[in-house]
Structure formats: structure tokens, C-alpha cells
Design a protein around this ligand. Structure first.
Ligand code: SF4
Length: 367
């Protein structure tokens, strides 16, 4: 059994009709319920639910407090390599884009770690372009040895790997995995990823599950909103989260809602996903899976991020750089995408305190 079996049953369903048949009475009924079914989740993603964002927000706030209290985890991404063998048109690191590529040496990793640690950050995610050669298990293990001196939790967002590789990395101290399916629509996925190992839809789809099986403490998934109908993508991503949460009780499942951002290519999103659309997707997910983490990055504007804090978010990045070596030597290389919120870690901490939230810098210690 794989999530693909769930997807297969859904892929040819008339989502457009389903969403448009939902009435305001249906939405009101769902909002009175404590536990939501898959069909209730679909209801909250419908156009009819757009008029109930405020009610959804209030309920999402209450539900989040029950499970997480007034806390917010803070983390930073650490880009270690921009070598990539794939050709995603929506990303600056695509192998088709020509720019001087870079991979950090261990000395440079140490410099980056010191710059990040000086901001008070204790949780990081290692990011790279997808290349088994440049971001090999061996290279990542060496990096981890350096990072363990500075951080209490180190996650991974690199190319999908086999379970055995994840097991090795978990054994070395990696505790979290992030992998976005980009789009759950198999046809759009294949059209967007024509070359490189990323073209294998099923291997990517099963990656979060391999991470759970390998013993990752937390696994974060998501769809890149803007590549397809955001309601359908959010729905299937939510069911994927549900599938993982039900099957791997010991793993914390998280969801991210990234939207296509300006990048080095000329790619334009297929669908314009507004702030309101993104908020609706997030609120519906929170009400469907109250225990799941919700992660918001600095892709979003400061104004939006401020508003999202009480609506279900459990983890935020702050003062991020999306370029390799971007903390110790900013603006020397190509960034993966543009960020919108450039406020410092200290500014975000103060903002959280002002809103009554406790910034959580550490909830785990690498063994
Ligand atoms: S999205 Fe990932 S796989 Fe695609 S080009 Fe960018 S770094 Fe490479």
C-alpha cells in the first residue's frame, strides 16, 4: 500500500463539480463539527467556504491552541549546494539555468553555522539542489558532524533518497525531512519534470513514507501552489498528510503551503493563488488535521505572515537566505527564489512576544 493507491482512486474524479456543488449550508454544518471527514475537508476548500474565512480562522485558532498552546518554533534553511540535475522551470537552480554553481566546503559550512547560531537559531534544515553526486549521503554526513556542534535539530530538504540512505542519515543525527510533491497531478507533474530523476512521480510521492519508515522524527510535505488548481492540490496534499499521520503514529507530520515565486527563469504560475486562497487552504487543513504542524516560510510577505501567526501556524523561518553561503557572504551567488520577509530573527521573536507567543528555539537535542 502506498499513497499512490489513494491518489489513483481520486485522480479522475470530477473535483471541479464537487467543489462547485458545495453550498453555504454544507459549510455551516461542517463548521459545527468537532472532527472532520475527508468530505468535510473538501467542503472547506470550496468556493462556498470563501465567505466563511473569519469563522474558519476563529476555529483554527482555538484548535491550534488546544494542541500547541501559544508557541511558535523558529528555524532557518541552510543552503549547502545549488548543483541540480533536474529541469524544474519554476526554480532558479534548474540545470537549464546557467550561473556559477557552488557547493560549500566544510570550512564554509562552519562559517555559515556560526553566522546562523549567532542569530540564536537552534533548528535548521539543510537544503540543496537535487544531485546525488553533489549532495551525497557522505557529504551530508560530513556536514552534519559540523552542524551538530551548533544546532539541536537538523532537518533535510535535498533530493529524494532510498530508505536505507535515510536510515544512515537518521543514525547520524538527521531528525526531520521535508519533501514537496510540487504537484499531485500526475500529468502536470510529468509535463513539468521531463528530465532528470525527478521525472519519476511515484518515487517522489513515496519519499515522505520512506522517511517515516527510516525513523525521521518529523516529515513535512506540500504542493507548490500555482502549478495547478490550488483547491484540488491542497485537498490531495491534505489526504497525503492524513495517510501518513494514520500510518506512522510516531512521526510528526507537517504541511507547508509554498507558492510559486519569482525565479531565474521566465516561468509564470499556471494559476494565480491569492493570499486569501492560501489562507483558506491553510485553515481548512488545520481544521482537518488539528495535530499536524503547519510551516510558513519567508516566501510570504511580513504583513501576511503576521496575520497567519494565530491561524494555525506552528513553525516559521526567519531572516532566511535562499542562496548557498548566504549567511556568511550574502549576495554572492544565485538564490533559489526571492524571499519577501527580510526581518531579523530578533524582530520575529519580539513580534511573537508582542502577540503573546513563546518563540521555541529548541524542542529536540541531536543524539
Ligand atoms: S525545485 Fe529542486 S529539483 Fe527542481 S530545479 Fe529546483 S532544486 Fe532542482
Amino acid at each position: 500500500m502506498s499513497f499512490y493507491n489513494v491518489y489513483e482512486k481520486l485522480k479522475d474524479q470530477p473535483f471541479h463539480t464537487w467543489f462547485n456543488e458545495v453550498t453555504t449550508t454544507d459549510v455551516e454544518k461542517v463548521l459545527r463539527k468537532d472532527r472532520l471527514t475527508e468530505s468535510d475537508y473538501l467542503t472547506l476548500l470550496s468556493p462556498a467556504a470563501e465567505g466563511y474565512i473569519e469563522e474558519m480562522a476563529q476555529k483554527a485558532h482555538r484548535v491550534t491552541l488546544q494542541h500547541f498552546g501559544y508557541t511558535m518554533q523558529l528555524f532557518l534553511p541552510l543552503y549547502v549546494s545549488d548543483y541540480c540535475v533536474n529541469t524544474c522551470k519554476y526554480c532558479s537552480f534548474s540545470v537549464d539555468n546557467v550561473f556559477p554553481r557552488r557547493r560549500l566546503t566544510m570550512e564554509e559550512v562552519e562559517e555559515e553555522a556560526q553566522a546562523i547560531a549567532a542569530m540564536g537559531i537552534e533548528q535548521i534544515i539543510i537544503l540543496s539542489g537535487e544531485s546525488r553526486i553533489h549532495s551525497s549521503v557522505d557529504y551530508l554526513t560530513k556536514i552534519l558532524k559540523v552542524l551538530k556542534k551548533y544546532f539541536s535539530s537538523v532537518g533535510l530538504e535535498v533530493q529524494p533518497m532510498d530508505r536505507e540512505d535515510y536510515e544512515k542519515l537518521v543514525g547520524s543525527g538527521i531528525d526531520a525531512l521535508t519533501v514537496f510533491q510540487e504537484t499531485y497531478d500526475e500529468n502536470i507533474y510529468r509535463a513539468l519534470h521531463t528530465k532528470g530523476p525527478k521525472r519519476f512521480y511515484n518515487y517522489r510521492l513515496d519519499t515522505p513514507e520512506r522517511g517515516c519508515q527510516a525513523g525521521m522524527r518529523s516529515v513535512t510535505i506540500g504542493a507548490l501552489l500555482g502549478l495547478n488548481d490550488w483547491r484540488k492540490e491542497s485537498y490531495i496534499a491534505g489526504l497525503h498528510g492524513h495517510y501518513l499521520q494514520d500510518k506512522y503514529l510516531e512521526t510528526e507530520i507537517g504541511m507547508s503551503f509554498p507558492r510559486v515565486q519569482p525565479n531565474a527563469g521566465s516561468f509564470q504560475p499556471e494559476v494565480h493563488v491569492t493570499d486569501k486562497n492560501m489562507v483558506q487552504a491553510m485553515l481548512a487543513f488545520r481544521l482537518f488535521l488539528p495535530r499536524a504542524g503547519i510551516i510558513v516560510s519567508t516566501r510570504e510577505t511580513p504583513q501576511l505572515r503576521d496575520q497567519l501567526i494565530p491561524l494555525g501556524v506552528t513553525k516559521m523561518s526567519a531572516s532566511s537566505s535562499t542562496e548557498v553561503g548566504g549567511y556568511a557572504q550574502p549576495e554572492e551567488t544565485q538564490s533559489q527564489f526571492e524571499i519577501s520577509d527580510e526581518r531579523s530573527v530578533e524582530e520575529i521573536r519580539q513580534l511573537l512576544h508582542k502577540k503573546g507567543y513563546q518563540p521555541v528555539m529548541k524542542d529536540w537535542q541531536i543524539v
